[in-house]
Design a protein around this ligand. Structure first.
Ligand code: UD1
Ligand code: CA
Length: 452
């Protein structure tokens, strides 16, 4: 039996008090709804996303992904939302309903809802919470599930029930087709509740099963920013723990944030207040305090010192970066290259063992192996209209406070005197100076104060 996963993402998320649709709020840098779609993709089958509030923005998130959309023009409730997907659902499909605001649910936990023996009935994913406030309660008689009652419709006695509806259920397609049109909205919120399907299934003689979640955190929904932050923390705690178990020393697990895909070798050490966002780390890497690294690769033995920002860059083996360095997109440091404090590098290749130690801007440049760029060197790569490249040869030496006006090249082993303004190519192996000659005026006298 094939599976059709319907993800509800049309609600406004009033309780977020935000212009951004709730399901686009990020958790670990990724929109809530994307987490749920990723999980659905792991399970396989058709995926239909019900969009409504902020539909265009939600669709844009999935521009390049195999997801089908249906629109719920008015948000009349979760049952009404699923009904919008009915034309896409085949009778012989098993329909799994997920909520875009329950982001941490994992594919493995959902497998029991799709297993063969439950194919004919309705299976509900439930959880037992110490504080069930806000959730729909699972009502049982003689242990059999008979209904779900929403918080706002519950009697004081029902409010004491600790077993809650996670919102996730699986239903046979054929039955869903004829059941959803029978929902009504005679309840406290005047909404078409998906949860009313449960009592309807019982009345129709369907088998109604409950699968209780082991992992309570993973079933939690995000309705406001307090819950969002709580889930973020828990998610981070788990991811960082998994990183440590892969052989990384993390000085304070509460002060490392991992976003997107982070892969690692072993024996890396990460100091406090670090963000790694889509990063691959080799082994024996050291990352100092307050570093942010995004979309980058850091090779074996590299050392990233405190307060460094690295984006879309490649740091080679045993290279050394920081403190207070900034590598902008398109930077590649070869093995043992060194980039020191207050240096900015953009779209440049820095050769093996080359040194750019202090207070320098290198943009659109190629720096050869073993070159040494003195403090305060600036590549002038932009004339206000176009960008040009600078080429610095292997073993070249650029004296401090030099200005290299691109397009320009310095030959291998070329030597540029400190304070030069280089606007023409400088040859290999020779000293090039481009600065005013120093002179001392022999007859000069210090001015004196005129008498008043
Ligand atoms: C829902 C359940 C509740 C459950 C809880 C779990 C119902 C009636 N209640 O309540 O039993 O314990 O989730 O988190 O189903 N949505 C739409 N269209 C709509 C309304 C909602 O697409 O018209 C989407 C929302 O974007 C969201 C999801 O459905 O992703 C849940 O909606 P929400 O309003 O948050 O429901 P809860 O009150 O949390
Ligand atoms: Ca919710």
């Amino acid at each position: 039996m094939s599976v059709h996963i319907v993800i509800l993402a049309a609600g406004q998320g009033t309780r977020m008090k935000s212009k951004l649709p709730k399901v686009l709020h990020p958790l670990a840098g990724t929109p809530l709804v994307q987490h749920v779609v990723d999980t659905a993709q792991q399970l396989g089958g058709d995926i239909t996303l019900v969009v409504g509030h902020g539909a265009e923005a939600v669709k844009a998130q999935f521009a390049e992904q195999p997801v089908r959309f249906v629109t719920q023009a008015e948000q009349l409730g979760t049952g009404h939302a699923v009904a919008q997907a009915l034309p896409c659902i085949k009778d012989d499909q098993r329909v799994l309903i997920l909520y875009a605001d329950v982001p941490l649910i994992e594919a493995n936990a959902l497998l029991p809802l799709l297993s063969g023996e439950r194919a004919e009935g309705l299976t509900l994913f439930t959880a037992s919470l110490n504080d069930p406030t806000g959730y729909g309660r699972v009502v049982r008689e003689h242990n059999a599930i008979t209904a779900i009652v929403e918080q706002k419709d519950a009697t004081p006695e029902q409010l004491r029930i600790k077993e809650i509806n996670t919102g996730i259920m699986s239903v046979p397609g054929q039955w869903l087709q004829q059941a959803l049109p029978r929902l009504d909205n005679s309840n406290a919120q005047q909404e078409y509740y998906l949860t009313d399907l449960v009592a309807m299934a019982v009345a129709d003689g369907l088998v109604v099963n409950g699968v209780e979640a082991d992992d309570l955190i993973a079933t939690q929904g995000v309705n406001n920013r307090v819950q969002l932050a709580a889930l973020e923390r828990e998610y981070q705690r788990r991811r960082v723990e998994s990183l440590m178990l892969q052989g990384v020393t993390v000085i304070d697990p509460a002060r490392l944030d991992l976003r997107g895909t982070v892969t690692t070798g072993t024996d890396n050490v990460i100091d406090v207040n670090v963000i790694l966002d889509n990063v691959s780390l080799g082994s024996n890497v050291t990352i100092g305090a307050n570093c942010i690294i995004r979309h980058s690769h850091i090779a074996d033995g590299a050392v990233i010192l405190d307060n460094t920002l690295i984006e879309e860059s490649h740091v080679g083996p045993n290279a050394n970066v920081g403190p207070f360095a900034r590598l902008r997109p398109g930077t590649a440091l070869a093995a043992k290259a060194k980039v020191g404090n207050f240096v900015e590098i953009k779209k440049s290749q820095i050769g093996e063992g080359a040194k750019v130690n202090h207070l320098t801007y290198v943009g659109d440049a190629t720096v050869g192996a073993g070159a040494n760029i003195g403090a305060g060197t600036i590549t002038c790569n932009y004339d206000g209209v176009n960008k040009y490249r600078t080429r610095i040869g292997d073993g070249a030496f650029i004296g401090s406070n030099s200005t290299l006006i691109a397009p320009v090249s310095i030959g291998d082993g070329g030597y540029v005197g400190a304070g030069s303004v280089i606007s023409k190519d400088a040859p290999a192996q020779q000293l090039t100076l481009a600065r005013a000659k120093q002179l001392t005026l022999a007859k000069w006298q210090r001015p004196t104060k005129k008498d008043a």
